[in-house]
Design a protein around this ligand. Structure first.
Ligand code: NAP
Length: 225
């Protein structure tokens, strides 16, 4: 499939590399390709600058958001939650219409430091905000409850664990579930409509405390039943 991964952080890089490795035609979307490629410092998390990663992945192209989204059948939103709506607006509603929009973003608010709070919760979610803002996109919330490396290689944990899908379009969820299975996920739980993204986004405060307690981000939820 032709897939646009909007996002140049660790999630965008992990998804783009894995999807490309699986044979998909992948373009990474960014707000300003020149600015993204001209960064020379590691990001806030210590990840090498994007151009280092891009040099190692010559088969994956970098394009402005709209160009990447326009050419794609499936669009992945791997952008910072605080900028997600604006970033998708820049990608263009007309380029998202009718397409599967895989939303991995979390509504984290770091304005008061760490741990972050959620800027939307309980009665709404970022997934729903995105679906409302782009009603013709077929939004599927998924993969926001585990770290980037495990998203694309869950088998590396050495134990089965669970991921979730939320969305109003059954065919879109089937497409996304197929991609998740191709990554190695074996327990994909369909939570229901996009409103169920409230639940998985509200797992983030738990996930963050687990990371603190365990001293690692290499863990995942497993739903035993
Ligand atoms: P990130 O630093 O959260 O996001 C980087 C991307 O967001 C860049 O592509 C950047 O665009 C874009 N962006 C748009 N508006 C922005 C703004 N106002 N401020 C900062 N960046 C903005 O990277 P990430 O760690 O890869 O996470 C991506 C998303 O996945 C986030 O929503 C995060 O909560 C979620 N998530 C992350 C993990 C993880 O393991 N890191 C796990 C689960 C979910 P440019 O390319 O134009 O700079």
């Amino acid at each position: 499939m032709k897939i646009a991964v909007l996002g140049t952080g660790m999630v965008g890089r992990a998804l783009a590399a894995r999807l490309s490795g699986l044979g998909h035609d992948v373009t990474v979307g960014t707000r300003d390709p020149q600015a993204t490629l001209s960064r020379t410092e590691p990001d806030g998390m210590g990840n090498p600058p994007f151009r280092t990663w891009a040099t190692d992945h010559p088969e994956i192209s970098l394009a402005p958001l709209g160009e990447a989204a326009a050419a794609a059948e499936v669009v992945v939103n791997a952008t910072n939650g605080s900028g997600a709506l604006a970033t998708l607006e820049q990608a263009g509603a007309e380029h998202l219409a009718g397409k599967v929009l895989v939303d991995i973003s979390n509504p984290l608010d770091f304005s008061q430091g760490f741990p972050p709070s959620l800027f939307v919760k309980d009665t709404d979610s970022l997934g729903e905000q995105i679906q409302r803002a782009f009603p013709q996109a077929r939004v599927v919330k998924t993969l926001n409850t585990l770290n980037a490396d495990l998203m694309v290689d869950p088998a590396s944990l050495g134990a089965e664990s669970s991921v979730f899908v939320s969305g109003d379009d059954a065919a879109a969820k089937a497409t996304v579930t197929g991609l998740l299975i191709s990554f190695g996920h074996t327990d994909v739980i369909d939570l229901g409509g996009i409103d169920t993204a409230r639940g998985t986004e509200m797992l983030l405060p738990v996930w963050l405390r687990l990371m603190g307690a365990l001293g690692t981000a290499t863990f995942n939820f497993k739903i035993v039943r």
